[in-house]
Write a new protein. Structure first.
Lengths: 307, 244
């Protein structure tokens, strides 16, 4: 369990984080979202004990981060922002070093090292110095050191930053595989990541929590929630279609994109408009390329909440 | 192995992973020997001792030790690896001690490599080898004091050049604490007791008695306390400024 109570961090007169309280239970993957400079990294640093809060407290698995730092830190695997490491070391020596400080020994040490090397595909670069690695490999080395001791709590600051789509997919699969029994907190500014791995999302802006919900719950706040998007075969029909759709009683508004001949109908609160639109298309002879129900647009929610 | 040992081993290995270690040792040996023979007049004196060798150590260390210590913490802060180190289950004390010991062992190694000079002086005459052992010990303690100061200066900044310059300046002040250059600054306004206290902090006074072969517990204690003080100061500086 991660628990934060009224975590606050001021740098002089600058408020970095203000009154952040939340709890994360095992099995949850919490996505930490927010614009750059919103306080994501500072919050993570306070939870991992790198930065002392101005006021408030954080605890990990029952250990207060400030008064019992060692057991709290032992329970956490942490990937700091930018995946820093010792560039002059080879990957193998670096992982050995972290495993030693994590107190791994004997067969378990060897087994855990093999496990992370295999799962993060570090085999080919083991004897290379970290300085010579590509950004993607460095990030994976950072992830490897974070999970080498199989911690109950994982805190990952932008774990997929700088990875190509294949590598992103692999890291997300890795996170999903570990998520059943662990507590995972990831920060990201990639909204697709929230859909891909998170069971819950906290949005922070200007140091404060502005939303704390499931990804579906967040999407439901979008004005596009239950909206219907239709793409027309014939762009010429766009204006007539627009008028016909706007006339439907349950439709609150219509948005038109000329570029791809797309028309998005927004429902009135709580209304279901897909059957009516589908029926309208048949009745008026609109040729549709595509017709689908939207669950809501996270990016739009994100902008509305954090702007 | 304890955490101090793990940190120390990693740090020591990192010296030898770059040319730094080899360049340092080479320059140290060249300078130490040329000072001994040219400035110290090793042959001309006609005495079988290593005084001309040890006399120049404080001045040699003044520039070479800050070059070693400047990277101790400034580099960790610059690269961000300090965040990794400080969030591993390790105490600040173990981290500070481990890194300091690595630097100290490294300078001990450089010092040990001056052994041909010791052999030479034994071939040429019959020196007081007990005094030479004492002088080596004193030199090592002096290096430790310089390193502890350098470690603290390195913890104050993320810029290694700044750490180097601060290190040289503070080491220089300690070196000459017993001399007018430093004392005059205080004499005009500070009480006599303070001026005396500052004078008694001088590296040179404590070092010279050890080099003469007199191992006084007070001199050793002085260096031990100085090292202790600056390592605590390093930890305090890190605690306050590690995330800046």
């Amino acid at each position: 369990m991660i628990r934060t109570e009224h975590l606050t961090k001021h740098y002089g007169s600058l408020v970095a984080v203000e009154d952040v309280s939340f709890q994360v239970a095992p099995g949850e993957v919490l996505g930490f979202l927010g614009p750059n400079g919103a306080g994501k990294t500072t919050t993570m640093r306070m939870i991992t004990g790198f930065v002392a809060p101005t006021s408030g407290r954080a605890s990990i698995c029952g250990h207060d981060v400030e008064s019992e730092p060692l057991p709290a830190k032992a329970a956490v695997g942490y990937l700091p922002e930018g995946a820093p490491s010792y560039g002059e070391m080879t990957v193998r020596r670096f992982l050995d070093f972290v495993a030693d400080l994590r107190g791994l020994a004997g067969e378990r040490r060897a087994a855990r090292l093999n496990h992370v090397i295999e799962h993060l595909h570090l085999g080919p670069v083991l004897e290379q110095t970290i300085d010579t690695l590509s950004k993607g490999f460095r990030r994976r080395v950072g992830l490897a050191q974070a999970i080498v001791h199989d911690p109950p709590v994982l805190i990952l600051d932008e774990p997929t930053d700088g990875l190509d789509p294949n590598q992103k997919h692999e890291v997300r699969t890795l996170i999903n595989d570990m998520s059943r029994e662990k507590i995972i907190v990831i920060s990201t500014h990639l909204l697709e990541e929230v859909d891909a791995v998170c069971t819950r999302a906290i949005i922070i802006a200007r140091g404060r929590i502005v939303a704390d919900d499931t990804p579906a719950g967040l999407a439901a706040r979008s004005r596009y929630h239950n909206a219907v998007s239709m793409q027309l075969e014939e762009p010429r029909q766009l204006q007539t279609a627009r008028a016909a759709v706007a006339a439907l009683p349950a439709v609150a508004g219509v948005e038109v994109s000329e570029r791809d001949a797309r028309l998005t109908a927004l429902p009135k609160a709580g209304a279901t408009i897909l059957p009516a639109l589908s029926e309208l298309a048949t009745r008026t002879g609109l040729k549709l390329k595509e017709l689908h129900l939207e669950s809501g647009r996270l990016d739009e929610v994100f902008r509305t909440i954090t702007a | 192995m304890g955490n101090v040992g793990i940190v120390m081993r990693r740090e020591l290995a990192s010296y030898f992973a770059t040319p730094l270690a080899y360049v340092f040792i080479l320059i140290f040996l060249i300078l130490a020997n040329s000072f001994t023979f040219y400035l110290g007049g090793f042959y001309e004196r006609g005495q079988a001792d290593l005084d001309p060798f040890f006399t120049f150590h404080p001045w040699l260390y003044l520039f070479l030790i800050p070059a070693i210590s400047m990277k101790l913490w400034a580099e960790e802060r610059k690269s961000g690896s300090i965040e990794l180190l400080m969030t591993l289950p390790i105490t600040l004390r173990d981290a500070v001690l481990g890194k300091f010991l690595a630097a100290w062992i490294f300078t001990a190694l450089a010092l040990a490599l001056t052994f041909p000079l010791w052999i030479t002086v034994n071939v040429l005459g019959s020196p007081d080898n007990g005094a030479i052992v004492a002088a080596y010990l004193g030199s090592l303690m002096l290096a430790g004091g310089f390193l502890a100061i350098g470690s603290c200066m390195s913890a104050l900044t993320r810029n290694q050049v700044v750490a180097f310059i601060l290190g040289v300046v503070v080491c220089f002040a300690f070196l000459l604490a017993g001399f007018p250059l430093v004392l005059d600054v205080f004499r005009s306004w500070a009480p006599q007791a303070l001026t005396d206290a500052i004078a008694s902090l001088s590296f040179l006074t404590h070092f010279e008695s050890i080099v003469k072969g007199v191992i006084d517990v007070r001199d050793l204690l002085y260096f031990a306390m100085l090292i202790g003080f600056f390592l605590v100061a390093t930890a305090v500086a890190l605690e306050l400024r590690k995330a800046d």
